[in-house]
Design a protein around this ligand. Structure first.
Ligand code: SF4
Length: 371
């Protein structure tokens, strides 16, 4: 006889399943609930919006360089961004770095063990706070990420979109109810168990209900609606932009050192370096005109635009771009950092010292290949 999901049973089953099935990952050296808070924090921030298989190498490199919160707090931001290079969502790295400095200074280097204090730190929201509190400090505090939302929406066969505020509130309430029902000392295991179940069994497509420890408690499985859950609110189509970037050479015709610019700290990809340029506007006659206008506005110099270097496609969360890179050189003026935080001349060999977005790394690869 099918049962309705009841939270004590869910918590029991998740605890047992987690003990038997959890993946062996580098940040799981200690049992869930007894881990080092800094380690939990770094791994959870890295894992947001990123595949676990990608996170592993980044995590290992990070912990080798910044094994403690104190070592991260003392680091230069450029080194922090360099280690994050390629992971995307760079505000995560900047916030982690700033928050480590706050913890080092104001909390004597000890990651706070209260939700209210954690939420004051840059980059820590309700999810990360719940992860730190349950996985490091063993507290029965809920977490709600994409995996947990999907599992809960299926367990309760929710017909409303999980993108609605009211549904989110309900999901938090259920997540809290489940973790509060955890056996003694197992709050971390229950939270990690439900996330892990979402990652391995209750996957977005083709959930493996036959292998699921919660199958007889799951309303969607009973109703045959798993593939229709969770209900999502359709997203608006994301806009696409044509963007131009200038590989500005110091010497004529196009040789010598290269000019790179640092993006403003508070904007997208803040603190990273790039080949300067910008979005094509309707009034620009063509892409070289876009570049001449952008470089004049950003750096107050006039450039001559030469042959194309390469074209790169890239999708961000809310828009996508086609980035057209061109060789260029300055024909009048001295660069000034007006629309950027800084600029410098560098060589192809020394570019690796600077953190670049993925798009600019592709331009660098083409430049190095000599095409
Ligand atoms: S029974 Fe299927 S749909 Fe329900 S939680 Fe398990 S895997 Fe997900």
């Amino acid at each position: 006889m099918p049962q309705n999901p009841n939270t004590p049973s869910l918590a029991q089953r998740l605890t047992a399943w987690h003990a038997a099935q959890q993946r062996d990952l580098p940040w799981r050296a200690a049992p869930a609930g007894q881990r080092d808070a800094y380690t939990v924090w770094v791994s959870e921030i890295m894992a947001q919006q990123t595949r676990i298989s990608t996170v592993i190498d980044y995590f290992n490199r990070w912990m080798e360089r910044f094994p403690t919160l104190a070592s991260l707090a003392a680091a230069d931001q450029q080194e922090v961004l360099k280690l994050w290079e390629g992971l995307g969502y760079y505000s995560r790295a900047r916030n982690l770095h700033r928050a480590a400095q706050v913890v080092a200074k104001e909390y004597r280097g000890v990651v706070p063990d209260s939700r209210a204090e954690l939420l004051k730190l840059p980059g820590i929201g309700a999810y990360t706070a719940g992860a730190i509190l349950s996985l490091a400090y063993g507290q029965a505090e809920p977490i709600l990420d994409g995996n947990v939302k999907r599992v809960l929406a299926r367990l309760w066969d929710m017909e409303r979109s999980i993108d609605e505020t009211e549904t989110t509130r309900e999901l938090w309430r259920l997540a809290e109810e489940i973790v509060r029902a955890a056996p003694a000392g197992k709050a971390g295991a229950v939270n990690e168990g439900i996330m892990e179940l979402g990652g391995l069994v209750c996957t977005p497509q083709n959930p493996r209900c036959l292998l699921c420890p919660l199958a007889d408690l799951c309303q969607a499985a009973q109703n045959g609606t798993q593939s229709q859950r969770p209900v999502r609110t359709p997203r608006k189509p994301t806009p696409h932009y044509q963007v131009a970037a200038a590989v500005i050479w110091e010497e004529a015709p196009f040789q010598g050192r290269l000019l790179i610019a640092q993006r403003p700290q508070d904007g997208m990809l803040g603190g990273l370096w790039e080949f300067p340029g910008g979005k094509q506007e309707p009034e620009d006659a063509d892409l070289p005109a876009t570049l001449r206008r952008e470089i004049q506005e950003e750096m107050t110099v006039e450039i001559a635009v030469g042959a194309p270097v390469t074209t790169v496609q890239h999708a961000y969360t809310h828009f996508s771009i086609t980035l057209h890179a061109f060789h260029a050189r300055i024909v009048s003026g001295t660069p000034q950092a007006i629309g950027c935080d800084d600029w410098c001349w560098t060589t192809l060999d020394t570019l690796d010292a600077y953190p670049f977005p993925v798009t600019d790394q592709k331009i660098i690869a083409v430049l190095r290949s000599g095409i």
